[in-house]
Design a protein around this ligand. Sequence first.
Ligand code: KG4
Ligand code: ZN
Length: 335
Amino acid sequence: MHINILAIESSCDETSAAIIADGQVLSNVIASQKIHEAYGGVVPELASRAHLANIIPVVEEAITLSSIPKNKLSAIAFTAGPGLIGSLLVGSSFAKAMALALGIPLIAVHHMQAHVLAHFIKEPKPRFPFICLTVSGGHTQLVLVKDYLSMEVIGQTIDDAAGEAFDKTAKLLNLPYPGGPLIDKYAQQGDASAFQFPEPDVPQLDFSFSGLKTSILYFLRNQLKQDPSFIESRLNDICASVQQRIISILMNKLEQAVLQYKVNDVAIAGGVSANSGLRKALKHSGDAKGWNIFLPEMQYCTDNAAMIAMTAHYKFIAGEFVSLDAAPSPSFAWK
Ligand code: KG4
Ligand code: ZN
């Protein structure tokens, strides 16, 4: 029997659909919503409306590219959370309607678990147990991955997520949303030691980014009083210095976790894992400490349905299906 799954991701501002056949991703179509750029962040109502407009063409394209006809699908998977409730509802309602029409089972997927399992889409794949630093716009977590569907969050942010730290800094620098990729770009031309921002003192394996955000705000206010063109004239150095601090906060805790849990395989996942400085820092630590490191391909770092499909494949094998009354939730429980 073949396992052919259509997966739908709609937790935030990307509408995506993917087809996976016997564990091989055959298509991964992503429609990004440009509409939020003008607002400096994702506007939930506009996101839901854009998902509604995108979902049919995106699903149709994913099916066409895969060459798997609808009547050969074994299940439909959807992101059940965490995410924006309006956005989640569009994807989950579509998935349910299609599963009902085709008479096939439904699979509910945890978005952050899927970011971790993005590492199983392509070779090389990490071996269990491994630690994954999962960093996105909404989450910052250290995950001990014991098996495909057995994961434990061993550390997380107590306030803002790493992606939020990037995006909020970008907003203070008058850059459009999402600011993470732009800070990454400017940082590559800047001097990371130009300005010093504080490293928070947070116990155990948890993170904090809200103090950093406040210190950047006061720093910019002071500098702008003396030189109104400070941001324009020092943009590269500011971006490089902020990025450097975000990376050092993440890497220090990751190193602590690897030491504590004695693993050899170390991965990063989530939108912020696209950051060139973080990727370099992980490679550097891997070389220095003898870790096997795993960096997802760029297209699987930020939100995509291929990672939902990969997770659904393992859930299908484990027989983890949900009924048509399964509800998505902004705080969908980690299982
Ligand atoms: O995983 P993701 O696509 O969506 C969520 O689940 O949140 O992550 C989006 C986050 C945003 O905060 C975005 O600014 C950040 O990932 N991001 C980056 C880079 N590319 C995306 N942050 C830093 N550097 C990048 N190159
Ligand atoms: Zn995500």
